[in-house]
Design a protein around this ligand. Structure first.
Ligand code: KIV
Length: 268
């Protein structure tokens, strides 16, 4: 019998109430999702960062809804405990709340994921209200929202000016009142993230937003050291897998050249 207690949006609410920090990582495939889930991650984000770390694009803009659905299907097949949240990709909800609803319904119906994530504040509210009205849980995303990178023109820390900080405070309240179950705060000053976390009812999940958020998220490829050319200060490397893989591949090539692999025990 399956006695695994699933993480739900309610679990995250309770964790915030009990000051238990929430741990979230990204996954895009079955094998990694299975390892993350087995290791006790609370939330798995099928992030549109797949556009960068899986497809090799410079930005998150090119990834399509079909591709996000494919990644989410692979992840959902592996997960027995974590809450699975899927990014709605660029162009699948901006400026058209009906299209946003259709995109969210496709994600939920075709993947079996538990929630969707949308980037943006006030401008996103019509889409997220429609999605929430359809019974689909929504995670918000404020601060450095990578789908707007060409508007920002730079990946530097957001909300450093009083004006932008005020807008972020307002947006966080709007998302809370609209009914989001959590909000990602990306690359904003730690003091502002702490203030927002204390002032809204829903959990905040920080990335480059300091220790006072209600949870933390990293892109798994960064945290495990699979990406070697992306080293912002907010990334902590919990492993150096690129080196491990590279050493292993070199050892395999050497063994093959020397006819040292396969050995008798590895042959029929
Ligand atoms: O796409 C992603 O991986 C994200 C995280 C950086 C929060 O949105």
């Amino acid at each position: 019998m399956d006695d695994v207690k699933r993480v739900t949006t309610q679990t995250l609410k309770e964790m915030k109430a009990r000051s238990i920090p929430i741990a979230m990582l990204t996954a895009y495939d079955y094998t990694s999702a299975r390892i993350l889930d087995g290791a006790g991650i609370d939330v798995i984000l099928v992030g549109d960062s797949a556009s960068n770390v899986i497809a090799g694009h410079e930005t998150t803009l090119p990834i399509t809804l079909e591709q996000m659905i494919y990644h989410a299907q692979c992840v959902v097949r592996a997960v027995t405990r974590a809450l699975v949240v899927v990014d709605l990709p660029f162009g699948s909800y901006q400026g058209n709340s009906q299209e946003g609803l259709n995109s969210a319904i496709r994600v939920m119906k075709e993947t079996g994921a538990h929630a969707v994530k949308l980037e943006g504040g006030k401008a996103t509210v019509p889409a997220l209200e429609r999605i929430l009205d359809a019974g689909i849980p929504v995670m918000g995303h404020l601060g450095l929202t990578p789908q707007s990178i060409y508007r920002f023109g730079t990946y530097r820390v957001r909300a450093q000016s009083a004006e932008e900080a005020d807008r972020l405070r307002e947006d966080a309240k709007l998302l809370d009142v609209a009914g989001c179950f959590a909000v990602v705060l990306e690359k904003i000053p730690a003091s502002l993230a702490g203030e927002v976390s204390r002032s809204i009812g829903i959990p905040t999940i920080g990335i480059g937003a300091g220790v006072h958020c209600d949870g933390q998220v990293l892109v798994t490829h960064d945290a495990l050291g699979l990406t070697t050319d992306f080293n912002p200060r907010f990334v902590r490397h919990y492993a150096r897998l690129a080196e491990t893989i590279s050493d292993s591949v070199r050892a395999f090539v050497a063994d093959v050249r020397l006819r040292a692999f396969p050995g008798p025990d590895e042959s029929y």
